[in-house]
Design a protein around this ligand. Structure first.
Ligand code: FAD
Length: 307
């Protein structure tokens, strides 16, 4: 019940101001957000790397309102890639980007987002890594998939994300699996209407399994983005049945969530990538993490009340 309310609040400026100013927020945010600057996140990438984990880095931000902000987003990623290059961390860290932060919802947003993301993908390729396009709300996805296809003409390693809760996703998975793409499958984190998305959690899990099977049996590189132990073990079994070697798929989890499980999968020889978000515009990302688990909200409210 609480999840949809928190997701609605994630789009409210009033709530953004309230949450940002609340005492105790900083401490709870730090559980999910790895820092504010590139210099904050570099030691975390190094530490995760020493634990045998790989990383995908997200400079938090979305729903921008000016073209200048879209250039700033592009430049923030270029700065990050430059720093990874200096430190020789390019091969362990890929990037995740939200096209809304690159201007997708502004006037001529599709072209603007493509023009902004292309140099980031090119810079990532130069240091031996790649970029994955995150999936945002369903109204943005046709544009995201078109940009993904366009980028893959020059940079075939570019990945994208599909969401199990959407009715359209099995078809998207078939297309992407047939054309050999890197694809992250997740359950889906946005508030979506019943006209486009499954609302029942067990049904979303069943769709997730069907989609994993499509990806594992296909030509591409599946990235299993979930903390759900049941789905992770089904993913392992589907990979085995499809005859995939350990380096022919990977697991992904979010920074700050189920770290022991991340270590366990890496120790078993799996490729385990940690989605590590950093930056100052953390509100939308943070609220989605609260919506996913009521206990997080409880912890947050308690930390406000005890300050
Ligand atoms: P759940 O059933 O939600 O969780 C299973 C268990 O994991 C829970 O019981 C709990 O123990 C733990 N857990 C899950 N979430 C939390 C949390 N927030 N705090 C504490 N414990 C938790 N969604 C998108 O819509 N677009 C994207 O591009 C996108 N990218 C993602 C990238 C990665 C690497 C991951 C892991 C998720 C991403 N998501 C994205 C979010 C995703 O859609 C889900 O909202 C999120 O992963 C929770 O679903 P779950 O599969 O972990 O299963």
């Amino acid at each position: 019940m609480l999840g949809p309310v928190i997701l609605a609040a994630s789009r409210s400026d009033k709530m953004r101001r309230f949450v940002s100013a609340a005492p105790g927020t900083k401490q709870v945010v730090a559980r999910f957000i790895a820092g504010q600057t590139v210099e904050d996140v570099v030691p975390i990438v190094q530490e995760l790397s020493e634990r045998g984990l790989e990383v995908t880095l997200d400079v938090v931000g979305e729903d921008i309102t000016t073209v200048e902000q879209s250039y700033a987003a592009r430049d923030a990623y270029l700065e990050l890639i430059g720093r990874l290059k200096e430190l020789g961390l390019g091969e362990r860290a890929e990037m995740s980007v939200k096209l809304s932060m690159f201007g997708q919802s502004l006037e001529n947003g599709h072209e603007l987002a493509l023009a902004n993301v292309r140099p980031v993908v090119a810079a990532a390729a130069e240091i031996g890594t790649t970029v994955t396009l995150d999936a945002e709300d369903h109204t943005t996805l046709d544009s995201m998939f078109a940009i993904h296809e366009e980028l893959r003409k020059d940079f075939p390693q570019t990945g994208c994300v599909i969401q199990a809760y959407l009715f359209r996703t099995e078809d998207d998975a078939r297309r992407l699996a047939a054309n050999g793409s890197r694809v992250r499958i997740v359950k889906g984190a946005y508030k979506e209407p019943a006209s486009v998305a499954i609302q029942d959690k067990p049904e979303i899990d069943k769709a997730y399994v069907r989609i994993m099977k499509i990806l594992m049996d296909g030509e591409g590189y599946p990235m299993i983005g979930s903390h759900d132990p049941r789905l992770i073990s089904i993913g392992q079994e589907l990979a085995r049945r499809a005859g995939r070697k350990l380096d022919e798929y990977e697991f992904q989890m979010l920074y700050g969530i189920r770290s022991e499980e991340q270590n366990r999968l890496a120790a078993e020889g799996h490729r385990m990538r940690v989605y590590t978000a950093y930056g100052t515009d953390w509100y939308g990302y943070f609220m989605r993490r609260l919506a996913e688990k009521p206990a997080n909200l409880l912890f947050f409210v308690r930390s406000i009340l005890t300050k």
